[in-house]
Design a protein around this ligand. Structure first.
Ligand SMILES: Nc1ncnc2c1ncn2[C@@H]1O[C@H](COP(=O)(O)OP(=O)(O)O)[C@@H](O)[C@H]1O
Ligand SMILES: CC(=O)N[C@@H](CCC(=O)OP(=O)(O)O)C(=O)O
Length: 253
């Protein structure tokens, strides 16, 4: 599951109760989270300018310090605490811990700086954590193959890569809109890869939705069968998405 920064504060306690219920039914959950708005707030408070190029934050070492502090230190622990309040077990880590996410500079690094694309995921570590009964909660900071350089990774991209490397059945993207909407603001129950490309070209899909659909397209080329985009503020979105109860938008091959 990807939990977007846009929706984290609005997630009701029942969202995490639903997750605990699913875990009790034997469904394994792995969370990759964002936190873009909280990073921007802290950068502003610190007087550090911030800018996005095609949905990716321009990142230098000073920005990266804040990204890591907010994602790994603040947001990650809020999610872990909220899961633990339901009685479920959760373990927070970032892509740095145990070389969980290896990254390389994105192709437009000359424009965005220290932003990474995922090259490798330590799936055994995630499976080990799951095997001990914990829900892994992962912040999208990655490490270069030499282990020395950190990279800021878009959380949708990181979640898609984790889903692909784990070979999960389904990725659920939890955000602040009820799904992918067309020009008339109607939520589309199912969209195909071809439709998505048309909607990006026409401008119906823009901004923060672009990395989500790109990550979805990348992951459904492999073992992942579908990606579902849902609004985290709606009741019991997780179980509804898993039980195919016509919620949100399903992205299929
Ligand atoms: N076709 C679309 N349907 C729904 N939302 C869209 C669409 N195109 C762009 N968006 C925007 O994408 C946003 C979600 O992305 P983002 O703000 O990055 O959220 P998150 O923090 O969850 O990753 C929505 O709030 C909406 O403004
Ligand atoms: C490279 C890049 O843009 N990284 C993102 C990481 C957080 C993120 O993606 O959070 P959301 O899911 O809430 O947008 C950032 O710095 O904001």
């Amino acid at each position: 599951m990807k939990c977007g920064g846009s929706t984290l504060a609005a997630l009701p306690g029942s969202f995490f109760e639903d997750m605990k219920q699913l875990q009790d039914e034997g469904i394994v959950t792995v969370i990759v989270h964002g936190g873009g708005p909280a990073i921007s707030d802290t950068l502003t408070k610190l007087g550090i300018e911030t800018e996005f190029v095609n949905g990716l934050r321009k990142t230098n070492e000073a920005v990266l310090d804040v990204v890591e502090m907010v994602l790994s230190g603040q947001i990650n622990k809020v999610i872990v605490r909220r899961i633990q309040l339901t009685g479920a077990a959760a373990l927070g880590l970032s892509g740095v811990d145990g070389h969980l996410i290896e990254a390389q500079p994105v192709s437009n690094a000359h424009e965005v700086g220290l932003v990474g694309d995922v090259t490798k995921v330590n799936a055994e570590l995630i499976q080990g954590i799951v095997g001990m009964g914990y829900i892994p909660v992962i912040a999208p900071v990655g490490l270069g193959s030499d282990g020395g350089q950190r990279y800021n990774i878009n959380a949708d991209t990181a979640a898609g890569a984790v889903a692909s490397h784990l070979g999960v059945e389904r990725m659920i993207v939890v955000t602040d809109v009820p799904g992918i909407m067309n020009g008339e603001k109607q939520v589309l129950p199912v969209v195909s890869v071809a439709q998505i490309e048309d909607m990006i070209a026409s401008g119906e899909i823009y901004g923060g939705m672009i990395p989500k659909v790109r990550a979805a397209i990348a992951c459904i080329q492999g073992k992942v069968q579908e990606v579902v985009i849902v609004n985290g503020a709606e009741p019991q979105v997780l179980s509804k998405a898993l039980k195919g109860e016509g919620i949100g938008t399903r992205i299929v091959r």
